[in-house]
Design a protein around this ligand. Structure first.
Ligand SMILES: *Cc1c(COP(=O)(O)O)cnc(C)c1O
Length: 413
C-alpha cells in the first residue's frame, strides 16, 4: 500500500444559508486565529473560561450556577444534558422533526435497561420512555404537554424549543407550566434558539436542563463549546443517581469552568485539555451577543425573516415554518417534487441551502448572521435564479420592488 500526502486542504468561501451552521462572525474567526500558543492552564485561558461562564449566564438570563459549556457541538451539550437520565427512568419525549427525533433516540438509549439494549442495540425500545410523535410541520403545544404529563407522570419530559427539522417553534411556556404542575423535570433542546430568540431561562421554572450549540445563534463554528445550564434540582438528582459517563457528567465538566460543589471558584481545575483558540473564539462570540443585545438581535431576525418569507411567497412558494432564523417552504406546483434538485443546484455553486432531512422533502433557507439588506437580497436573488433555471415563473422586477419597498426606507441597510 502506498501512502500519499495529499495537497493542502483548501475550503472555499460559501454562503451558509441553511438551518446551521451560520456564517461564523469574522470577529470570532479573528479571535480564534490570533490566540497564542498556550497550554490549557495558562492564566488568561482560565480567566477567559470563567468570563465565558458569567457571560453565558447573562446571555441566557439565569442564575443557575451550573451554566457552562461542553467541548464539541450541539449533540455534545445534549448528551451532557441527557446524562442524568438513568436506565428505567420514566420519560416523556416529544418528537416533531429530525432533531427531536434524535433526542428521543438518545433518551431511549439512556433509559434502556441492559436487556433492552441487547435486544436492539442501535435503537433500544425502552419501555420507560414514551415518545409522542407530532406530525412534521406541526408544533408541540402546551395542551399536548399537559395531557401527556398528566397521564404518564414521568420523572423527565423532553421537548425541542425550536425544531429545526421543520422550522417550528414549540410551546416552551406551556411545556414548562405542565412540568411545574406535574412535578416533572423538563429538558430542552435549545440548539436553534439560543442567541436568536430573546428568552430567559429563569422565566421557565419547569425546565431543569438546557442544551444548545456554538454554531447557530452564537455564530461560533470553529469547534468550540455547546452551552448547557442546569437547575439545582437537576444537579441534586444527578448527585443521587450518578451517570454513566465521565466527560459528559455536568458535575465533573463544570469544574474546569470554576464551578465546584455548587459554588463559583476563582479558577478552574484541570479536567481535560481545553484549547485557547476555542476559548478565545467562544469568548468573542458571547461578547458579540451581549453587545448586540438579544432584544435587538431577535427583532432583527424577525424583520429579515419576514422579507425573505414574503419574497419566496411572491415567487409562489408556500412557507410552513415560524422560526425567525429559518424559512421552510414548498416549491410552487409547477416545480413541486423537485426540491432536492433545486437544493443540489444551489449547493453546487456555493449557495448552501438545505432540504429537510426527514420526509416530506421541503427546502430550508436560513439567515443566521445574515442580518442586513445586502445578505438577504443576495439570498433572494440566488434562490429566484435557481427557480428560473429549472423553468419556474420568476418575476425579477417584482422581487426587486419588494426588496426596495422593505429596505429602501425604514430598515437600515
Ligand atoms: C443543529 C441542531 C442539533 C445538532 O447540533 P450539532 O451542533 O450539529 O451537533 C440538535 N438539535 C437541534 C434542534 C438543532 O437545530
Amino acid at each position: 500500500m502506498t501512502c500519499q500526502i495529499y495537497p493542502a486542504l483548501e475550503i472555499p468561501e460559501t454562503l451558509a444559508a441553511g438551518p446551521g451552521p451560520g456564517n461564523t462572525d469574522p470577529r470570532v474567526l479573528q479571535a480564534f486565529s490570533s490566540a497564542g500558543v498556550a497550554d490549557h492552564m495558562q492564566g488568561d485561558i482560565l480567566r477567559g473560561m470563567i468570563e465565558c461562564k458569567y457571560m453565558l449566564r447573562e446571555v441566557w438570563g439565569t442564575s443557575n450556577t451550573y451554566t457552562f459549556a461542553v467541548a464539541g457541538t450541539g449533540w455534545s451539550g445534549l448528551d451532557t444534558m441527557f446524562s442524568a437520565v438513568m436506565p428505567g427512568d420514566k420519560v416523556v419525549a416529544f418528537n416533531n422533526g429530525t432533531f427531536s427525533g434524535i433526542d428521543a433516540l438518545t433518551l431511549r438509549i439512556k433509559a434502556a435497561t441492559p436487556d433492552e439494549h441487547a435486544a436492539n442495540p442501535l435503537d433500544p425500545q425502552a419501555t420507560s420512555v414514551t415518545v409522542i410523535d407530532v406530525p412534521h410541520g406541526q408544533p408541540v403545544t402546551g395542551e399536548m404537554a399537559e395531557t401527556a404529563l398528566a397521564e404518564h407522570k414521568p420523572k423527565w419530559a423532553f421537548m425541542a424549543h425550536w425544531e429545526t427539522g421543520s422550522g417550528r417553534i414549540n410551546d416552551l411556556r406551556g411545556f414548562s407550566d405542565a412540568c411545574v404542575r406535574h412535578n416533572v423535570m423538563g429538558l430542552i433542546d435549545a440548539v436553534s434558539s439560543l442567541g436568536v430568540e430573546n428568552f430567559q431561562i429563569d422565566d421557565y421554572p419547569g425546565i431543569a436542563g438546557w442544551a444548545s450549540c456554538p454554531q447557530k445563534g452564537l455564530c461560533c463554528l470553529p469547534l468550540t463549546y455547546a452551552p448547557v445550564s442546569f437547575t439545582d434540582g437537576y444537579i441534586g438528582s444527578l448527585k443521587t443517581s450518578g451517570a454513566y459517563t465521565y466527560v459528559h457528567n455536568p458535575i465533573f465538566e463544570a469544574r474546569h469552568w470554576g464551578v465546584i460543589d455548587g459554588q463559583d471558584v476563582e479558577k478552574g481545575t484541570y479536567h481535560r485539555t481545553h484549547s485557547g483558540y476555542a476559548v478565545a473564539a467562544f469568548h468573542e462570540s458571547l461578547r458579540l451577543t451581549l453587545q448586540d443585545g438579544l432584544a435587538k438581535r431577535s427583532a432583527s431576525y424577525r424583520t429579515h425573516e419576514k422579507v425573505l418569507r414574503d419574497a419566496v411567497t411572491v415567487l409562489g412558494c408556500n412557507v410552513t415554518s415560524d422560526m425567525s432564523s429559518l424559512v421552510v417552504l414548498n416549491l410552487p406546483a409547477d416545480l413541486a417534487g423537485r426540491e432536492m434538485e433545486l437544493v443540489q443546484n444551489c449547493r453546487a455553486r456555493g449557495f448552501g441551502i438545505w432540504p429537510t432531512l426527514s420526509a416530506p422533502v421541503q427546502i430550508r433557507i436560513g439567515i443566521l448572521n445574515q442580518l442586513n439588506r445586502q445578505a438577504i437580497s443576495r439570498i433572494v436573488r440566488l434562490f429566484a435564479e435557481a427557480m428560473r433555471e429549472m423553468g419556474g415563473q420568476v418575476d425579477f422586477e417584482e422581487i426587486e420592488a419588494l426588496l426596495e419597498s422593505r429596505y429602501g426606507t425604514s430598515i437600515a441597510a
